[in-house]
Design a protein around this ligand. Structure first.
Ligand SMILES: [Zn+2]
Length: 369
């Protein structure tokens, strides 16, 4: 296989598992959790997906392997299950790892509550609901961030995870609209050219969004010749995602936890691709997915995108830790990507995903501590 074929193969695999990353209230209001406050020079994280059928011993081994090679934190997707998260939390703690509750927020594939509610789903400019017309892939079950009920459902999931003992943060993933523009490396797979905002990938034009927008701005996005150039309509959608994040931040903090998020590479790019403007959010740390392979870029782009985000967060308290996509990378390339992140102001790097880290990579991570 030539390089491009290999890349396409990797990306097509990854799309189904992770276009983003896949994908106590009351008493405890103490944010002085000892492992959050530890000074760490450069932090190493990894995303992993939990399997409820695996036994504790196998998780203990996995966590010890990470901790023994210098990793500091794991972000665990339990499919929003606080019971499974509660089972894994003491195991991670015993291994000396910080634990983060990774949640697919606005995209909820297979969520049995969501499936009962067709009108919770986003609606495209063509008028199709993601309930039965999914953009790109079948797991794209995106919810409308404007409607009260789906928003509350997501916040309830945040709260459930935030109540689990020994969780450092709730980690929002898919905290955005469906991609209006896909990463350039993924376009051939769908045989798509996206040089304008295409109506089938443009969301959300549901009755509630349109009515709320019209009330404030006295214009109807369904009637616009070119909604892509209407700044208020763009801003409305950026603000809707931001509102969910800011409410999640409050909930996490009320429960003595932090809020972190997996986001697109840098703010303007995230805005352009998925209506996500993360430099304006209330969030303790962002882990931008600076997956250079998806954008047909070299490792120096990891440095560029990291620097861009760090600069945009300059006047905030939000930390930036660079996310790296490991499958298909050689150890040497990973070393260079880590170095690019470090040199450009990241506070750490996070690897997608844990099982993709080879022995050689784990070695270099340990040696770099
Ligand atoms: Zn809507």
């Amino acid at each position: 296989m030539n390089t491009r074929t290999i890349l396409t193969f990797i990306l097509s695999l990854s799309l189904f598992s992770c276009l983003d990353n896949i994908g106590q209230k009351t008493a405890n209001t103490n944010l002085e959790s000892p492992h959050l406050e530890e000074e760490m020079d450069f932090k190493y994280w990894t995303w992993i997906t939990a399997d409820p059928d695996r036994d504790d011993a196998s998780y203990r081994d996995e966590f010890e392997k990470y901790a023994g090679h210098g990793l500091d934190a794991v972000l665990i997707n339990t499919n929003a299950d606080p019971v499974l998260l509660g089972r894994l939390a003491p195991l991670a703690k015993a291994a000396g790892l910080e634990l983060h509750a990774w949640l697919m927020a606005m995209c909820r594939p297979g969520d049995s509550v969501v499936r009962q509610q067709p009108d919770w789903y986003v609606v495209s400019r063509e008028g199709n609901s993601a309930f039965d017309h999914r953009p790109y892939v079948d797991y794209y079950e995106f919810l409308c961030p404007t409607r009260e009920a789906p928003r509350q459902h997501v916040l309830d999931l945040v709260e459930g995870l935030a109540k689990v003992k020994d969780v450092a943060s709730v980690h929002l993933d898919y905290i955005r609209y469906p991609d209006i523009f896909l990463p350039i490396g993924l376009l051939p797979k769908y045989d798509l050219v996206q040089d304008v905002e295409l109506p089938e990938f443009d969301f959300c034009y549901c009755d509630v969004c349109v009515a709320e927008f019209e009330k404030t701005h006295h214009k109807n996005p369904r009637e616009m010749d070119n909604p892509a150039i209407d700044m208020e309509w763009k801003q409305f959608r950026l603000n809707k995602i931001r509102e969910v994040v800011d409410l999640a931040y409050e909930l996490a903090h009320e429960n003595g936890k932090r809020l972190t998020a997996a986001v697109f590479p840098y703010p303007e790019m995230a805005d352009h691709m998925v209506r996500q403007r993360w430099d304006k959010w209330e969030v303790d740390a962002v882990l931008p997915m600076i997956y250079h392979q998806f954008y047909e870029e070299d490792t120096d782009w990891v440095g560029f995108a990291t620097a861009q985000g760090v600069q945009d967060l300059e006047h905030t308290t939000t930390e930036l830790h660079t996310g790296l996509f490991v499958p298909g990378m050689e150890a040497e390339e990973l070393r260079e990507a880590i170095s690019q992140a470090k040199r450009n102001g990241a506070k750490g790097v996070s690897f997608f995903d844990g099982p993709a880290l080879s022995d050689e990579m784990l070695q270099l991570i340990r040696d770099s501590k």
